[in-house]
Write a protein that binds this ligand. Structure first.
Ligand SMILES: [Zn+2]
Length: 443
């Protein structure tokens, strides 16, 4: 088809497509927005506290829960969701961990670059090109370049930025006239932060849960205002659950084992112990003795870590003894001292996570709504490592050059029938490309 008649026909087809889609100003690719509310435990959703989440969950493709990766910590799980890899391969083994000199490492470039072939999905999306742009709002690990690349749109972590402002920025990325985002990852630091200090059952934490619910409503209102309900795939999820720990369940390690024989990094129920030279066997024996007597935690040499945690084959664990507290227990450290300063031992009731990812209290939420997903669909539970291949499928991205751990097996169920590739897909792609080409000079 060529010549004026052909051009007119294409233009009218484009017009039909635009009218049908009503989304002239955004990318021709599917738009997916992934929103994480940190530490949003499964049972926080209640019709009377979180009416918007409850409604959204009901209308979405949603499993009873999503399984976190071990250890059930923030950096670990956000990086797993961003890379499709277990901690063993991406190397982020906790929020606080040892660097190669056995010094403390916390949110550094090195922590997120155990293996330089690991590329988060916001970079992989842009490598796929063809007008694909990513936007990342405060997602843990996004402030660092990967293979020297940053996403096109990025907002670094800034706790004081209003949540509504964050949503407005995300919408502006999607509507960007020159580089519209087709993929957005957004992070909100609550209700985790407050639950750590005040406990998951406190009124303060409840206020943050309600705030997250109001933010979901604000996101949905903005999408509706822009008439993008049939264009945006919105995924609401979290990284882990939360458990309650009281003062009497604190494990004071240095009361049992002299801390002159090892260096340690402790964070909640997880501890990395690096014995001094020639002290490995002695420290291991002493810790094992305490663990057997108290029955409050477990002790592992690297090769004793369970396979199902997908953690042990990581060189950052060499010469490390790993400790994991049992549910409702945690290792005492300076952070807890700080909390205790503001209360009493009797009232000391805090939130902790990091436990075995099979623990029910560590379960978290996942709900997905939009053209790519089935509506009101009760799915089977799956692992958060599978988010990466799910996004690749929706956005039509190639397989990454390195093999990922996540698979489509657990998440295929979520997809709407219309999301499967059809012969109309390429035609719509060509039409929207023509459209962009037609309107671009006038922008
Ligand atoms: Zn978290």
């Amino acid at each position: 088809m060529c010549g004026p008649a052909g051009a007119a026909a294409v233009k009218s087809l484009v017009a039909v497509f635009v009218a049908a889609a009503g989304v002239a100003a955004v990318t021709r690719h599917p738009v997916t927005v992934v929103v994480s509310f940190d530490g949003f435990r499964l049972d926080y959703i209640k019709a009377n506290w979180t009416p918007n989440m409850a409604r959204f969950q009901k209308a979405s493709a949603a499993p009873p829960y999503m399984r976190s990766t071990f250890p059930t910590k923030t950096f670990v799980n956000h990086f797993t969701m961003a890379t499709g890899l277990y901690s063993e391969k991406h190397g982020v083994l906790d929020n606080y961990m040892f660097d190669k000199h056995y010094d403390k490492m916390h949110y550094t470039y090195e922590q997120f670059h155990y293996d330089d072939s690991v590329v988060p999905i916001w970079i992989h999306n842009e490598i796929n090109g063809n007008g694909r742009y990513s936007g990342v709002m405060m997602w843990p690990g996004s402030e660092f370049p990967y293979q020297d690349k940053y996403p096109t749109h990025i907002q670094k972590y800034n706790k004081s930025m209003l949540w509504t402002d964050r949503v407005d920025i995300i919408m502006s990325w999607i509507k960007d006239e020159n580089k519209p985002a087709n993929l957005v990852y957004a992070y909100f630091e609550e209700p985790d932060s407050t639950a750590h200090l005040k406990g998951p059952d406190s009124q303060e934490t409840r206020n943050q849960i309600v705030r997250a619910d109001a933010t979901l409503k604000y996101i949905l209102d903005q999408i509706k205002h822009e008439k993008l309900e049939n264009k945006i795939n919105l995924i609401i999820l979290s990284d882990h659950g939360m458990d309650t720990v009281t003062y009497d369940r604190m494990i004071h390690l240095d009361e049992y084992v002299s801390n002159t024989t090892y260096k340690s990094i402790i964070s909640g129920p997880n501890a990395f112990i690096h014995p001094n030279p020639n002290k490995f066997d002695e420290v291991y024996k002493n810790l094992s003795k305490v663990a057997n007597t108290s029955r409050t935690f477990n002790v592992f040499k690297q090769n004793q870590l369970p396979d199902r945690w997908h953690m042990k084959n990581n060189t950052r664990l060499i010469d490390i003894i790993y400790l994991l507290a049992k549910p409702e227990y945690a290792f005492w450290d300076t952070y807890f001292e700080f909390i205790l300063n503001g209360t009493t031992k009797e009232k000391f009731k805090i939130g902790v996570h990091g436990y075995d990812n099979e623990e029910p209290q560590m379960r978290t939420i996942f709900m997905a709504s939009g053209p790519a997903f089935k509506k009101s669909y009760s799915a089977m539970q799956f692992d958060n490592v599978d988010l990466y291949p799910l996004i690749c499928r929706i956005e039509g991205l190639t397989e990454p050059s390195r093999r990922i751990d996540g698979t489509m097996q657990g998440v295929e169920q979520l997809l709407s029938v219309g999301n499967a590739p059809t012969f109309m897909g390429p035609i719509l792609g060509i039409l929207s490309a023509l459209l962009l080409h037609t309107i671009a000079p006038s922008l």
